[in-house]
Design a protein around this ligand. Structure first.
Ligand SMILES: Nc1ncnc2c1ncn2[C@@H]1O[C@H](COP(=O)(O)OP(=O)(O)O)[C@@H](O)[C@H]1O
Ligand SMILES: [Mg+2]
Length: 280
């Protein structure tokens, strides 16, 4: 698929920042960009859901997308691994780079792309199959199914579910609790060893204890993956993310910055109003 190829037009995949030669650096801000959108629009038929989104999502961090319902958070997330391709009326304009390659170029295979950019949805959606087969699914469809049991175990451990299910790998994924089902879906998403994990309100259908387990897990996952998470829960964004993007009604990205900055001292009054609960 050639997603690693650099292009002239994008900084994605490159290193930013400078270090002085003698190592006495005071301005070392080297940071790789995993994903970058440029002047990116999405339309559903005549309706524009996203307007000219410019965003650089750093590698190996948690980026939260927040904003009121209908502002385009899920649309943006789905654009990243071309899940919007599956919606007939959806159409995009602009560019979206993953490691420097525009994922909308003609030579990009969306199926291959989705192996490298996994996704977890709001409602846990295990297949009506055994726990083992759920996790192995992603491996089997890619012919990577040597040592399946080892890979299943590793994914379940990374998803913080192994201890709870190691004695029942042949029972149905649907027999697990909601929180366990969501961790199973996370295990399924990470089994093929993607680089990016997209999560659309992954805890919003769960109780507080299951939610806090998912939050802990996301922080751990960020040690290995770039995580982009949609949440309508601002406390959650503040707790788990490094960067926060605030979308507002009309499909605009109004502010994107370090999470601390967004929550403590945002640039825009509209963001301040949203964060402080004046609307949304
Ligand atoms: N499959 C779809 N077909 C048509 N319009 C859609 C579809 N999905 C979302 N939209 C519209 O796009 C806008 C953004 O929706 P969405 O991305 O789901 O927002 P959010 O996730 O922030 O709640 C909304 O106006 C919504 O009605
Ligand atoms: Mg949504």
């Amino acid at each position: 698929m050639g997603v690693d190829a650099r292009t002239d037009r994008s900084e994605s995949g490159g290193q930013r920042g400078v270090e002085t030669m003698d190592g006495s650096s005071t301005r070392s801000v080297s940071e790789s960009i995993a994903l970058e959108s440029r002047d990116f629009d999405v339309y559903y038929g005549e309706d524009q859901a996203l307007r000219s989104i410019d965003m650089k999502i750093p590698e190996g961090e948690v980026t939260a997308l927040i904003g009121p319902s209908g502002c385009g958070k899920s649309t943006f997330l789905r654009s990243i691994n071309r899940m919007n391709d599956l919606i007939d009326v959806a159409r995009i304009d602009g560019e979206l780079y993953f490691n420097g390659k525009n994922v909308y170029d003609d030579d990009v295979d969306p199926i291959a792309l989705r192996r490298r950019i996994g996704m977890v949805f709001q409602t846990p959606n295990p297949f009506p199959k055994s726990i083992r087969d759920n996790v192995a699914f992603g491996l089997r469809v890619q012919d990577k199914d040597e040592d399946v049991d080892e890979q299943v175990e590793r994914a379940l451990k990374r998803a913080a579910l192994w201890d709870e299910v190691q004695d029942q790998l042949d029972s149905s994924g649907l027999d697990l609790s909601g929180g366990q089902q969501q961790r199973l879906c996370i295990a399924r998403a990470i089994a093929p060893d993607p680089e990016v994990l997209l999560m659309d309100e992954p805890a919003s259908a769960l109780d507080p204890i299951a939610t806090s387990k998912i939050e802990d897990l996301i922080e751990e996952l960020a040690e290995e993956y770039t995580v982009v998470i949609v949440t309508h829960n601002m406390q959650q964004a503040a707790r788990i993310s490094d960067k926060t993007a605030v979308f507002l009604t009309g499909g605009e990205l109004v502010e994107f910055d370090d999470t601390d900055k967004i929550f403590e001292n945002p640039e825009h009054d509209r963001v301040e109003d949203y964060i402080s609960g004046k609307f949304g």
